[in-house]
Design a protein around this ligand. Structure first.
Ligand code: CA2
Length: 151
């Protein structure tokens, strides 16, 4: 674990997640990314943490944010969107820092198309939470906080 003094947790979101709540509610639900940000902030706050919630459609920006976590965050929640299934760069970035990351997905990627069953980043993360709708984020925060406090 790193030695960052603040109790900040990065919540990083990948491509197209800015569309949350506006399209495909049958798969991803009706909540917007702003709603998820607010739920994460509230859940973190009652547990003594704060969240820094971000979204980017750019793989490189996500890589840079993961690097930034080394000096700015105690842990990372990462919904890498479709880059989950393709990105060696994100795998390398997570492996390259000393900050625990939890992979999160709104949908159950294992119950969807075959190309979503494999995660390139799973092996670099401490665990994966998927399939609980937008509640996956707060479940992932709970898992990350337990890891930081007990492991
Ligand atoms: O279930 C998840 O959280 C995903 O990470 C979402 C990604 C998908 O590529 C992953 O396989 C699973 C897609 C994010 C796109 O989000 C949208 C939300 C609303 C409308 C359109 C796209």
């Amino acid at each position: 674990m790193n030695t960052v003094s603040t109790n900040t947790l990065f919540v990083l979101n990948g491509p197209n997640l800015n569309l949350l709540g506006q399209r495909q509610p049958g798969i991803y639900g009706a909540k917007t990314l702003t709603d998820v940000d607010e739920a994460c902030q509230a859940f973190a706050e009652i547990n003594g943490y704060e969240t820094d919630f971000r979204q980017s459609n750019s793989e490189g920006e996500l890589v840079s944010w993961i690097h930034e976590a080394q000096s700015q965050a105690k842990g990372i929640i990462l919904n890498a969107g479709a880059y989950t299934h393709t990105s060696i760069a994100l795998y390398d970035a997570i492996k390259g820092i000393d900050v625990p990351a939890v992979e999160v997905h709104i949908s159950n990627i294992h119950a969807r198309e075959a190309f979503r069953h494999h995660s390139m980043i799973a092996a670099a993360c401490i665990g994966q939470i998927c399939g609980f709708g937008t509640n996956s984020y707060t479940l992932a925060l709970r898992a990350l906080m337990d890891h930081l406090e007990n492991d």
